[in-house]
Write a protein that binds this ligand. Structure first.
Ligand SMILES: Nc1ncnc2c1ncn2[C@@H]1O[C@H](COP(=O)(O)OP(=O)(O)OP(=O)(O)O)[C@@H](O)[C@H]1O
Length: 300
């Protein structure tokens, strides 16, 4: 078994690079041969992973956060080649949803055990504008914040997001969104719409708490019109998913979601995906995952 290994150099502010040595040692000690890819950009990572598969690699192992998993996903989705996610980013929402051990070495041990035993878990994946994604696709307030943060030249780092949040809060108004769920369309005022294949996004926020990544359906959380005060007060409830009890929030299930609204973009797995309008399809069991829980054989 040879695995192509993608290390996301910037993930977790360099943590992925730091832990990659121990991860590689663990994979090799367990008997997984490794082919380390030296991609420096995400498109490069996607291309190199696809080439490695075409060249016979039997698995793709990503070391990093959700952006790294997103890159690996483009190469493996729709194939029989398994993906293993070693959490080393800032958010790691896919690893959380898959019950991957939080410690990178433990995650590598679990991945190696599954790869060598041929044990995989099937994961549904979202397909939008020719891209695959695994966690949550969102548009509305959060995507506007990210768009604004990306446009800002100053300040840098986390504070850029704080400035963008304040600016978007100042101009908060519901978007006029046309949302179609399995062919049934409605136009409604929404602060944001989140389409969840898995529950978490944004680094541990349980946006779509009931999402099951193996049921062939998305959980769609729609946040209707809310005041600034309500938005700020309700946001902490994202940590445990109880925001869905707020009267302005509705939750739906569908396998095909169509979204349109002028001026909004969509993000999925934390990465910019496409401007609206988009069609979002849930592709059942599109990905095979190694190293995911629940497992009772932690010591393999
Ligand atoms: N193999 C790679 N090589 C270069 N760049 C990558 C690679 N994988 C991902 N990236 C890019 O690097 C950025 C950061 O990586 P990543 O998302 O993995 O870490 P993070 O942001 O720390 O974690 P998280 O997304 O879970 O919060 C991403 O936006 C992604 O586009």
């Amino acid at each position: 078994m040879e695995a192509a290994v993608l290390v996301s150099p910037a993930a977790g502010r360099g943590r992925a690079r730091t832990v990659s040595r121990a991860v590689l040692d663990t994979l090799r000690e367990k008997g997984v041969a490794t082919r380390v890819l030296d991609a420096t950009t995400r498109p490069d990572a996607e291309r190199q992973a696809a080439e490695a598969i075409a060249d016979g690699a039997g698995a793709v192992v990503v070391v990093g956060g959700d952006g790294a998993a997103h890159a690996g996903l483009q190469a493996v989705a729709g194939t029989a080649v398994p993906l293993a996610v070693i959490p080393a980013g800032t958010g790691n929402d896919l690893a959380l949803a898959l019950d991957v051990p939080a410690d990178p070495v433990a995650a590598a041990r679990a991945a190696a055990g599954d790869l060598l035993a041929g044990r995989v878990r099937a994961l549904d994946a979202g397909r939008t504008a020719g891209r695959w994604w695994a966690t949550v696709l969102c548009c509305g307030f959060d995507s506007a914040v990210t768009d604004r943060a990306n446009r800002l030249r100053w300040p840098r780092g986390r504070r850029r997001y704080d400035v963008a949040v304040l600016a978007e809060l100042a101009r908060l108004r519901p978007y006029e969104v046309t949302l179609s769920l399995d062919g049934v369309a409605r136009t409604l005022p929404a602060t944001m719409v989140a389409v969840g294949n898995t529950a978490w996004y944004g680094g541990g926020l349980r946006m779509c708490p009931g999402a099951d990544c193996a049921d062939g359906l998305f959980d769609v959380t729609v946040v209707g019109p809310v005041s600034r005060r309500e938005l700020v007060r309700t946001r902490p409830r994202l940590a445990d998913g109880t925001h869905v009890e707020h009267p302005a929030v509705t939750v739906h299930r569908a396998s095909r979601v169509e979204l349109s609204c002028a001026g909004l973009s969509t993000y999925a797995d934390g990465e910019l995906l496409a401007p609206l309008p988009v069609v979002v399809d849930c592709v059942p069991a599109a990905v095979r995952v190694a190293g995911a829980g629940p497992r009772d054989d932690q010591l393999i």
